[in-house]
Design a protein around this ligand. Structure first.
Ligand code: ZN
Length: 271
């Protein structure tokens, strides 16, 4: 499932071929994503508009249009974007196609259809049901040690489960939560009230920045808009490494289940 670094890398690979281009057509498969795709709204607000910017907040892509509307896109579990020439056969599970004035198509493909693609008037985007509930994006200035400390205090849960709560921190998912806790030396089972906010803050930012620098983590589906897989999977310390040796202390990496999700951790490095 794409997390903040993967979505950031998708944004960066979308920009060169998308910003400044005019959308001349939109097609949809008629299949429902997490919600139905609002075809008539897309036609009205996107067709004829120029793409002014591609931004990201949490795991959402925000494609800002000259029509005064913004496309809000979440990749769900298997969503991805791809630029292609119209004559190239469409991939299976292609659900939305934007035709650009450059002659290229921007295709949204989503095998499991947990993604979101909606369009809102730009002034209303932050108040949309998708974005209004999000906590701070951990790479934006609002995500301070004080903010994190207050969020940790406001709940009584395992810190691992806390990190996945998008209403507190927007963009961290299972991979980067496990990696941040390893880097901070914090047990995933530790209660939020006992966590050192400064240590966790630094670790969250560091693993996300490393993930971006490595163009994201590719385990199964994730590729960027150029079709390239990331390389961060080669740098992970704990995620997906159950039974293997810790790279720091040589203990065996363990797995436990928290909130129906697998947590990977080193029993010696994380206390
Ligand atoms: Zn270790």
């Amino acid at each position: 499932m794409p997390e903040l670094p993967e979505v950031e890398w998708v944004a960066r690979t979308l920009r060169p071929k998308l910003v400044g281009r005019r959308i001349v057509g939109v097609e949809t498969s008629g299949k429902k994503l997490r919600q139905p795709v609002e075809r008539a709204k897309l036609q009205k607000l996107a067709v004829g508009a120029t793409v002014d910017a591609v931004a990201r907040t949490g795991k959402y892509l925000l494609i800002e249009l000259s029509s005064g509307a913004t496309l809000v896109s979440h990749l769900g579990m298997t969503g991805w974007y791809l630029f292609a020439r119209p004559e190239t056969a469409r991939e299976k599970h292609t659900h939305v196609v934007f035709t650009l004035d450059s002659g290229l198509e921007l295709r949204y493909t989503d095998h499991r259809r947990f993604g979101i693609l909606r369009i809102y008037p730009t002034p209303k985007v932050k108040k949309s049901p998708e974005l209004s509930i999000l906590g701070a994006d951990p790479l934006e200035a609002v995500f301070t040690v004080e903010y994190l400390a207050a969020q940790l205090k406001a709940t009584r849960r395992d810190v691992k489960t806390f990190l996945l709560d998008q209403t507190r921190i927007a963009g961290v998912g299972n991979i980067y939560a496990c990696e941040a806790l390893f880097l901070a030396g914090i047990s995933p089972r530790k209660k939020t009230s006992r966590v050192d906010a400064a240590k966790l803050h630094a670790a969250v930012q560091k693993v996300l920045r490393a993930g971006i620098a490595n163009r994201g983590t590719s385990f199964s589906d994730y590729v960027d808009a150029e079709g390239e897989a990331g390389e961060n999977q080669n740098s992970l310390h704990v995620y997906g490494r159950e039974g293997q040796r810790c790279r720091v202390c040589s203990s065996v990496i363990r797995r436990l289940v928290q909130g129906a999700r697998s947590t990977f951790y080193c029993p010696k490095c994380q206390r």
